[in-house]
Structure formats: structure tokens, C-alpha cells
Design a protein around this ligand. Sequence first.
Ligand code: KG4
Ligand code: ZN
Length: 351
Amino acid sequence: MYNTPMTKIVLGIESSCDETACALVTDDRQVLSSVVWSQYDEHCRFGGVVPEIAARAHLEKCDILIQEALNKAGKTFSDVDAIAVAGGPGLIGGVLVGVMTAKAIAFCRNLPFIAVNHLEGHSLTVRLSHDVQFPYLLLLTSGGHCQVLIVKGVGQYERLGGTIDDSAGEAFDKVAKMLDIGYPGGPNLEKRAALGNPKSYAFPIPMKGRPGCDFSFSGLKTAVRVAIEKKGSLTEQDKNDMCAAFQYAVVEEMKDRLKHAIAVFQERYPSAKDMVVAGGVAANQSVRKMIGTLADKNNLIFSAPPIALCTDNGVMIAWAGMERFRLGLTDSFDFKARPRWPLDTLSGGNK
Ligand code: KG4
Ligand code: ZN
């Protein structure tokens, strides 16, 4: 691929959960390569991610994937202008593998090192795929998080609300486990839901009608468990129906909360135009459709990253790294991998 001499390239590494991923992106929004190695086979028989197994798998694959990403892009380290890595939040063993690898490359090649907050990666990816300007309203919904934020700029996030218990992705995964429909839970549950009747069970919509923008999914998950126990043995159709009714309740919960968030956002920023969903659960078509409709009704433009960039990937880290790099927001080698790292504590450099 041809690059003008001015084009900058950032290599991004993601290893904070159960995907090892690496990508190269340019400052003019080209994805030169993206490789994702999912640890599905490693964790499948446990029905969820086992942190120690994840860390070892990242260690085994990280440098192989980096080389693969460079090869696919037809580049070498000499073509790269900066190294970005997910520095947290996440499973600390995996984050450490990525951070140490990135630091080693940056040190040896004398390149800038950028520690990207994984959530910032999810939050900014839409600016690679769409013309979305700051400030925008964002529903960030993944396996570890569910929050609604105003994205005011790189490193500038105002949290309007978040989950008070489970994240939406966690609820999808736990319900999928209860129904024994396989791991990864979210995508399997969505497929099943398409074959079921959402009205067959009246699951609660936990925060509906309450003020504010907080979410809750734990009671909904418990309601599904109670329904499973009450039924005794489940047919495949029962499972499909429960998936459909559960997904319907999740979407309704999100809709109710987002209505409040839109009101706050539009009051604060009357001329802002954009509303975005990001994170693994943003791959869900019912979630995307609901937010699209809600945005339309409120004269907002709905955008979401392409499905492949919703679940964890290297592009989101490379792109957030690029956004930081072009503002001069690089990090020192003192940066410490962070298992917890709330998005609304970010500002300037990640010291
Ligand atoms: O962003 P992500 O890849 O990892 C984290 O940062 O947590 O999100 C993974 C989460 C998992 O809980 C997974 O079940 C959920 O996203 N997910 C989905 C779908 N695809 C992934 N949930 C609902 N529907 C989907 N299609
Ligand atoms: Zn993620």
C-alpha cells in the first residue's frame, strides 16, 4: 500500500481480555492490517475466561501476531511511528504481556510509547470509521462495562451513568451459560433470540421509570434463572424464547436510560449532533437498531463502528493511539499496567 511521506503509522496491541490482537493504522484513517487471535478454544470448556490461561496464551501469541500484522501491511518496524498498547483496564496478566512487549519494541526502536485505556479504544474507534465530531453521546457496552458518557475530546469523558451491578455483556454471558447455549454468550444468545418470541416471558426491565442514567442487569439475570428453574427441563424453543425475552428486556433497559442521557446531553450541548454505541455488545443488531431509532427521534445522527471493530481488536488501540500521538500525548516507560482504570479519570498523558 502506498503512503505519502507525511502519513504516520501507529502499531496497536490489544491483550487485556481473551483476544490477542495487533493492527497498523494511518493518520488518514486507513487500516493497513488487523489480526485478531481469539482464545475461544482455550476458554470454551470452562464456559468463561480463565485469567491465567489467558495470560499464557497472550504470551505465546503476542509477538507472532505483531509480525503477522507487519507482514500483512507490507511494513517493517522502520515504517512505524509509534507503538500503542492497551494499558488497562483488564486482566492484569494479559495487560502486562502487551505493555511489556510494547515497551520493549518502543525502547529498542526508539519509538514513542502510548498506553491506551482499553475503554478509550472502544470510545474513539467510531472516528476511524465515521465522521463523528466531539462532543458525542456514547453508550459503551462491553463484557466488563456498561456506561453512558459524553465524549468531549481525546482523554475527556464525562460519565452520565453506569451499571450499578453487572455489565450488559456479563448478563448476556451469564444467561447464555445458564441456558447452556455455549461460549461466547452474546453472539450465541443473539442468534437464538432471532428464533424466539420476545413476549413469551415478561422479564423485568430493572431501572425503567427511575430518574438518572444508571443501568442494572443483575435482577434481570436472576429473573431468567428463576424462570429456568420453574420450567424444569427446557426444549430448544424454550431456550430461544428466553433468549428473545431477555434480549428484549436488555434493549428496553438501555432505551429507557438513554432517553434520560439524551435529555442531559442536548441540554448541555444543544448543537451537538452525534450519538454512538461501542464495545462488544454494540455488535448486537437489536441494540444498534434501538439506538438508531432513538437517535432519529431526537434529531441525532447514529453511528457505530463496523461489527468487527465492536468486539476487542487491535485497530481500536492503534486508532486511539493515533488520536493521542497526533496531540503529542505519549507516555513514559514508567507507565504501570492498570487492572482498573476508569475512563473519566483520563486527561492529558497517562501518568
Ligand atoms: O468489548 P468486548 O469484546 O470485550 C470487553 O471489553 O469486555 O465485549 C465482549 C462482550 C461479551 O460479553 C460478549 O458476550 C458481548 O460483548 N457480545 C455481544 C455480542 N457480541 C459480543 N453481546 C450481545 N450480542 C452480540 N452480538
Ligand atoms: Zn473491550
